[in-house]
Design a binder for this molecule. Structure first.
Ligand code: IMP
Length: 186
């Protein structure tokens, strides 16, 4: 049976696989330099950040450590950004130089909430690296220290980013056709 191609659901390609790889290499080198003699402790929020994390850490030619957490939005509370930690970190972050590795910052509400949780655990520092940034959608003032690409208000998929769990495995970043994620529109 011929399966439906994921590629046909793209309005356009925002960043090719080559552009993504090139940018993540640059970002990794920049971050590795900035941390000097302080080993960064990478914390990623599952699951969209997995490909970015995997490439970014290999572009950082220096000692580092890694931990992961998972969060879920409370049903009906999306607008508050209040989240529930469904998988907490394995290790204490007290006194460590934390680098939060995110896939995308949209309204910023989820990350703002996670940042409050982390700040309460007495890290030495916390910085944010996000692969994509959609600043036009921000609902709370939060900025990343490192940004892969800034994008307009499109629904981006691929390289870990999903829509209903699909498209995460695309090697490029595509803008999903509006009729897919918003069938009622226009
Ligand atoms: P925020 O709290 O609005 O910043 O939501 C961030 C989360 O929403 C991200 O970690 C993604 O899981 C999801 N998200 C926001 N925009 C997009 C997008 O364009 N494509 C895929 N997921 C997105």
């Amino acid at each position: 049976m011929q399966s439906h191609s994921m590629h046909d659901d793209m309005e356009r390609v925002l960043f090719t696989h080559e552009q993504v790889q090139q940018r993540v290499k640059e970002l990794g080198a920049e971050i590795a330099r900035d941390y000097g003699d302080k080993d960064p402790h990478l914390i990623t929020i599952l699951k969209g950040s997995i490909p970015f994390l995997a490439d970014l850490m290999r572009a950082m030619d220096r000692p580092l450590s890694l931990d992961v957490m998972a969060v879920a939005s409370y049903a009906g509370h999306q607008s508050s950004g209040e989240v529930r930690v469904t998988k907490d970190l394995d290790e204490s972050i007290e006194g460590r130089h934390v680098l939060v590795v995110e896939d995308i910052i949209d309204t910023g509400l989820t990350l703002a909430y996670v940042m409050r949780i982390l700040a309460n655990r007495a890290p030495a520092s916390v910085r944010i690296a996000t692969f994509l940034d959609k600043p036009s959608r921000r609902a709370t003032p939060i900025e990343a220290d490192y940004v892969g690409f800034t994008i307009p208000n499109a629904f981006a998929v691929g390289y870990g980013l999903d829509w209903n769990q699909r498209y995460r495995n695309l090697p490029y970043i595509g803008a999903l056709k509006r009729e897919i994620y918003d069938p009622g529109a226009g």
